[in-house]
Ligand binder design. Structure first.
Ligand SMILES: *Cc1c(COP(=O)(O)O)cnc(C)c1O
Length: 346
């Protein structure tokens, strides 16, 4: 049987299903609610028209990395581009894990940390968050060290909780954990605090960023930023030509005009204030701290509400087990989308 040659450890894996995407109001995937403006899309059109299609892309996406470095206030040599930060997570796992190596993460946190750990043959060790979905920092560090994990993955702000780990605690974790510490700042723009300034100060720190949450989910572009020593190791595993020419060209157009990003973030933050205020008026609802572009709410009969919303073609993220039972993760939408949600959620 052909199945005999399959990996036994993938037996219980399921392919990732993002589900149907054609809902009218899409508040389930933490995307930005505004498309690029017409002028910018026209400019991109010209760039695409003049692209070179018969040649491979720049394998190191040098111009993109340099522009992103400028945006993030670091050096280009410390930046690697990936096909989404998902690919960066995968590259990290494959660079440092041997079969059976352990990786520490919070529960809940971004599901790709566990997935790519297992795909690389590693073992995810989950550390449960507290009653308010807060992290017991000292407990986490001693767990990571006693389990002798090779990598720690933490999203900050956390997806799906929206909570943050304070800078002093991030530093405590980097200094306390005897392993690679990956701080995933996918939602940095909505929080404003970063640990990027420390990448050269520690030998074990990798920071992840993405373009997906700030208006460019379509082009699949993420970054990892780290010191030279870790960077040369990660480069051994990076697939050549992993970021295609079109993505590189589009990213260059946008990163040369970062005000497009700033504006987008400003609008999302204003809507976050609006949605938070309106949601908090609902009887029996509990809102968790919202430092990203979504709000996690706990509400009785969350799954019924989810179904009711789907009938109106409104999609939010729901959870069926554990601490997030009865929670919905609602991405910040436009004013119209937010009102549509508010009208139908009660
Ligand atoms: C959305 C998200 C990512 C981004 O993934 P891309 O592959 O860059 O789209 C990474 N980490 C977290 C925590 C996220 O929520």
């Amino acid at each position: 049987m052909i199945q005999d040659i399959f990996r036994k450890d993938l037996g219980d894996f399921e392919s990732y299903s993002a589900g149907k995407t054609d809902y009218k109001v899409r508040l389930n995937a933490n995307e930005s609610f505004t498309n690029l403006d017409f002028e910018t899309r026209k400019e991109i059109g010209t760039v695409i028209e003049n692209s070179i299609y018969n040649r491979y892309p720049d394998p190191d996406a040098l111009e993109v990395c340099d522009l992103y470095a400028k945006y993030a206030n670091v050096l280009g040599i410390n930046v690697m581009a990936g096909n989404g930060s998902d690919e960066c997570i995968q590259i990290i796992a494959h660079t440092f894990l041997n079969t059976g190596d352990k990786v520490a993460m919070q529960s809940p946190d971004f599901s790709m940390y566990g997935l790519y750990t297992k795909v690389a043959g590693g073992i995810p060790i989950e550390f449960p968050l507290g009653a308010e979905l807060e992290l017991d920092v000292d407990g986490f560090i001693s767990m990571a060290n006693s389990e002798k994990v090779k990598i720690v993955f933490l999203s900050n702000p956390n997806n799906p909780t929206g909570n943050i780990i304070k800078r002093e605690d991030i530093i405590k974790i980097i200094e306390g954990c005897k392993c690679i510490v990956v701080i995933d700042e996918a939602y940095f723009e909505f929080y404003g605090e970063s640990i990027l300034d420390k990448i050269d100060f520690y030998d074990n720190l990798i920071v992840l960023r993405t373009c997906s949450k700030i208006g460019l989910a379509a082009i699949r572009l993420g970054f990892m930023i780290t010191n030279n020593v870790l960077m040369s190791e990660l480069k051994k595993v990076k697939p050549p030509y992993n970021v295609n020419s079109i993505t590189q060209s589009i990213a260059c157009v946008i990163l040369k005009k970062p005000e497009i990003i700033y504006n987008n973030v400003k609008n999302i933050l204003a809507e976050r204030v609006y949605l938070w205020e309106k949601l908090s008026c609902i009887n029996g609802i509990k809102l968790y701290k919202a430092k990203a572009n979504f709000i996690l709410v706990e509400i009785p009969n969350a799954l019924e509400i989810k179904e009711k919303l789907l009938k109106q073609s409104i999609n939010v993220r729901s959870y069926t087990s554990g601490k997030l039972l009865n929670c919905l993760r609602i991405t910040i939408g436009s004013r119209e989308e937010n009102n549509c949600l508010l009208k139908n959620i009660i």
